[in-house]
Each structure stands twice: as C-alpha cells, then as structure tokens.
Design a protein around this ligand. Structure first.
Ligand SMILES: [Zn+2]
Length: 79
C-alpha cells in the first residue's frame, strides 16, 4: 500500500503479486500456459497493469517464476 518512487519508470505500468484464486483462467504472458489455481500448491501470480503513455492499456498475467524469468518487465512486483 505504501507509495514508492519508481526507480525505473517505464510509463506508469506496475506489477503486483497476488495469490492465484479459484476460477482464475488468465494465460501467462511469459509461457502462454494458464495461470491456474491449485489447492495443493499455493501459487502466486504477477498481475501487471500496463500503461501506454498515460493511459491504461491492458492487464498481463504471469506465473511468478515466469515474471522473474522475463526480467521483471514492469518492475519488481509489489506484494
Ligand atoms: Zn508462465
């Protein structure tokens, strides 16, 4: 919740880390696989609000590992 000054501003996009909820069916932007809820594994996903210029453009979902593998394109995901 804390406001932080971005160290690497790239438009106004930002990423947050969230637990994968049941019924989630988004595709991972990194690997193309569904970001699926699992009762066995407490999975985390990264949700990115992507801005183009000053305007919100889209949401991208990543597996947390895929987001790291992608080099954290929208900055470190905030918990
Ligand atoms: Zn993935």
């Amino acid at each position: 919740m804390a406001q932080r000054t971005p160290t690497k501003p790239r438009l106004s996009s930002r990423a947050v880390l969230r637990r994968v909820e049941a019924g989630n069916s988004a595709l991972c932007t990194g690997c193309g696989e569904p970001v699926k809820f699992s009762a066995k594994a407490q999975r985390q996903q990264v949700i990115c609000n992507v801005y183009v210029g000053d305007r919100w453009d889209r949401v991208e979902h990543y597996h947390d590992a895929c987001y790291e593998a992608a080099g954290e394109p929208y900055g470190t995901a905030a918990a």
